[in-house]
Every structure is written in C-alpha cells, then in structure tokens.
Design a binder for this molecule. Structure first.
Ligand SMILES: NC(=O)c1ccc[n+]([C@@H]2O[C@H](COP(=O)([O-])OP(=O)(O)OC[C@H]3O[C@@H](n4cnc5c(N)ncnc54)[C@H](OP(=O)(O)O)[C@@H]3O)[C@@H](O)[C@H]2O)c1
Length: 248
C-alpha cells in the first residue's frame, strides 16, 4: 500500500508498504478521506514519532476485512464508517490513517449510511454529516474532548442531570478550535458545570453560544486575562485548546 511516513524531519510518501497485522477486534479499512490534526505535523516536525512510522489519525472509508472478534451484527464487509488510529505511535508505528489501509478498533468505530459520498468541496459545510470528508473531520477531537472530560475530569455520563455536576465553571481557552467546540458541546450536554466560559475569536461567538457557552471573551483583546479574573475568580478546571509558539 501507499502511506505517508516520517522520514527524518519530513513527511514522505512511500509505495510497497506491507499491510499490517491487526488484533481480532479490529477492522481493516480502505481509506476514502483523512482528516488532518495538529498532532500530525507536530510528530513530524519535532521528531516525536519514530522514523518510518505512518502519519495520520482521522479517517473515513470502507471495511474490507474484519478480525474474528468484531461484532458481525454491527459491522459487515463493504460498510462505510469513520474512526481514528494513533498515527506515528511508538507502539504501533505501522498504523496511521494517511495510508491506503488502516486498522481501526471496532469499539471506537461509527457507521455511515450506504449513500455516503465524497463532497469534493474545499470547505466542509455546516449541518448533517453526509460525506466522507465531513466524517473524517470528527473522531479525534471528539474522542480527545470526551476522554478528558469523562476520564480525566471525571464527569458522569448523565445527560439528564438536573443540577450542574460540578459547582464551578469550566474554562475553555480556544473554544473556536476543533477541540474547543467539542469540549463545549459535551460539557453542555452532560450539564457538567455551572457555566461554560470560553476565550475565542469574536467571529466564533454566535456559534459558541449556540453550542452551550455562557460567555465568550475575545482572545485578540489585550486585557482578556484581566477581564476573566475580574469576573470569574473560582476557576478550577481549564481546557487549553490552542497551540501558540509559547505553548506548543
Ligand atoms: N484536533 C484534535 O483532535 C486535537 C486532539 C488533541 C489535542 N489537540 C490540540 O489542541 C490544540 C488545538 O487543535 P485543533 O485541531 O482543535 O485546532 P484548530 O481547529 O486548528 O483551531 C485553531 C483555533 O485556535 C484559535 N486560536 C488561535 N490562537 C488563539 C488564542 N491565543 N486564544 C484563543 N484561540 C486561539 C483560532 O481562532 P481564530 O479562528 O479566531 O483565529 C482557531 O479557531 C492543538 O494544540 C492540538 O495539538 C487537538
């Protein structure tokens, strides 16, 4: 197969990569669309990933083969689906999504309708996910947000909670990012906090309110930290969703 690998300080394309072996609860997927994330270039540029490891985390595509422990009432050869892999990983350097084929954990894979097609648009449109490109833009940021909120920050899976699960606000720096948008929506749906406060570009404000933010501070405003501190002095949990040169 063809794959994008770490080759020194660059991403390089190589042919004739061997198809990987995968665990019995995994699906082998023929990739149709891949999503790019900051982790991809960071692993290449900063030599975080091993030499010759395959790059890429997000993917949508078609099932071509399945391990013997995959739930066959749920998944079938030829189904369309989307998920993520841990690209440029030390333990599994031969599995990343920037490749013809990728192995996906069936427990973390979501099915797409049979009529899913390529959008072939440069920009992903808002609304229902109907294309392979749109599906490939979702998994990693949502799993990262969910892992952090429900595992690290110990929220419960209770979307009917009548009272906020925590008696303090959640602070999301970078609410306009892919990660920040997912964090805000999940924190809101599971009624995790008394308020959801975000620092983001003002152009994202309307959308973030619709997702569940209670207040948005503009990150371009020079006194943004003072504004925050003056209004909210009991911040106990902060989600930092931005890369700047200082915080990479
Ligand atoms: N995406 C993922 O799945 C994922 C997973 C794990 C970790 N991360 C990490 O999370 C960070 C964000 O990744 P992403 O993929 O979500 O990024 P992204 O979608 O490319 O978002 C970048 C956003 O950051 C905003 N921004 C830039 N500087 C800011 C600042 N100083 N304050 C507030 N907002 C600022 C930009 O706002 P404007 O549009 O207003 O310019 C833009 O909306 C990265 O460090 C990444 O490594 C991401």
């Amino acid at each position: 197969m063809i794959a994008v690998l770490i080759g020194g300080k660059e991403a390089v394309t190589e042919n004739n990569i061997m198809l990987l072996e995968y665990p019995s609860n995994f699906i082998l997927e023929k990739s149709k669309a891949m999503g790019g994330n900051p982790t991809d270039w960071k692993h290449v540029e900063y030599s975080v990933g091993p030499h010759k490891s395959i790059v890429g985390c997000d993917v949508s595509g078609e099932i071509v083969s399945m391990g013997q422990h995959v739930d066959t009432t749920e998944f079938h050869i030829g189904d369309y689906d989307f998920s993520f892999a841990h690209g440029t990983c030390l333990r599994k350097p031969d599995n990343g999504t920037f490749a013809d084929y990728v192995a996906l954990d069936s427990e973390l894979t979501f099915k797409l309708p049979k009529n899913t097609e390529f959008s072939n648009n440069d920009v992903i449109s808002e609304g229902k996910v109907i294309s392979f490109e749109e599906a490939a833009s979702i998994p990693l940021s949502w799993f990262t947000a969910g892992g952090a909120l429900f595992h690290e920050m110990k929220l419960k899976y209770d979307c009917d909670a009548k009272k906020p699960q925590n008696k303090f606000p959640l602070f999301v720096w970078g609410g306009g990012s892919a990660l920040g948008q997912a964090v805000i929506q999940l924190a809101k749906k599971y009624h995790g906090y008394t308020k959801i406060i975000s620092v983001a570009g003002r152009k994202h404000e309307k959308q973030l309110f619709a997702y569940g933010a209670d207040e948005v501070f503009g990150y371009h405003e020079s006194d943004v930290i003072t504004q925050n501190k003056n209004k909210y002095n009991n911040t106990q949990q902060l989600f930092y969703c931005v890369s700047t040169l200082d915080t990479l």
